[in-house]
Design a protein around this ligand. Structure first.
Ligand SMILES: Cc1cc2nc3c(=O)[nH]c(=O)nc-3n(C[C@H](O)[C@H](O)[C@H](O)COP(=O)(O)O)c2cc1C
Length: 160
């Protein structure tokens, strides 16, 4: 059995989450694809597809959105997992999740997770640092990545 994890990550946090998921899955083949470098990806040979992205200024990465629209029917024929990295807490994070992933895919997915996020000041450009300091009062890098949520997500994919 084969799994593809398709992700987008601006500062590395979604990549970190994707790699942790990859390490915990039981399939023989588990390939990781940064959609930034794989614009026309063939997912036919995979049984399971996991899609992960992050929220920046309220939005999921647009190439993930495009992929989900273009491959919707194919995704509905696969075992599907969806995850999101973001810094907002409930209920705003759930709202962001619902905006990020189409309802039809959310209903089809065997697991859905909001995995928290990180503010990594050393990875941000000047404008991002300014925005984050102003909007969230953040002056030091912080991690709120939920490792137990990643564990739960991977266990659920393995069990489905
Ligand atoms: C400029 C900027 C804007 C952000 N906007 C949001 C937001 O609207 N909502 C949210 O929950 N998190 C927001 N975040 C937090 C990111 O979702 C968080 O940093 C996440 O871990 C980023 O993952 P990535 O490095 O994989 O892209 C923002 C972060 C930055 C740097």
């Amino acid at each position: 059995m084969a799994t593809a994890i398709l992700y987008r990550s601006k500062h590395g946090t979604t990549l970190k989450a994707a790699q942790l998921i990859q390490a915990k899955l039981h399939d023989k083949i588990i390939d990781l694809y940064n959609l930034r470098h794989h614009r026309s990806l063939d997912i036919e040979s995979y049984d399971t597809i996991i899609i992960g992205g992050s929220i920046h200024s309220g939005k999921l990465q647009s190439d993930l959105k495009r992929l989900m629209a273009k491959k919707q029917n194919e995704l509905l024929s696969k075992k599907l997992g969806l995850f999101l990295c973001c810094m907002e807490e409930q209920p705003k994070s759930q709202h962001q999740f619902n905006q990020a992933f189409p309802e039809i895919l959310r209903n089809h997915a065997v697991c859905k997770s909001i995995m928290g996020g990180e503010f990594l000041l050393e990875e941000m450009n000047f404008a991002e640092k300014f925005l984050i300091k102003k909007a969230a009062g953040v002056t030091n890098s912080i991690s709120k990545l939920k490792l137990e949520e990643i564990e739960y997500f991977a266990a659920k994919v393995n069990a489905s």
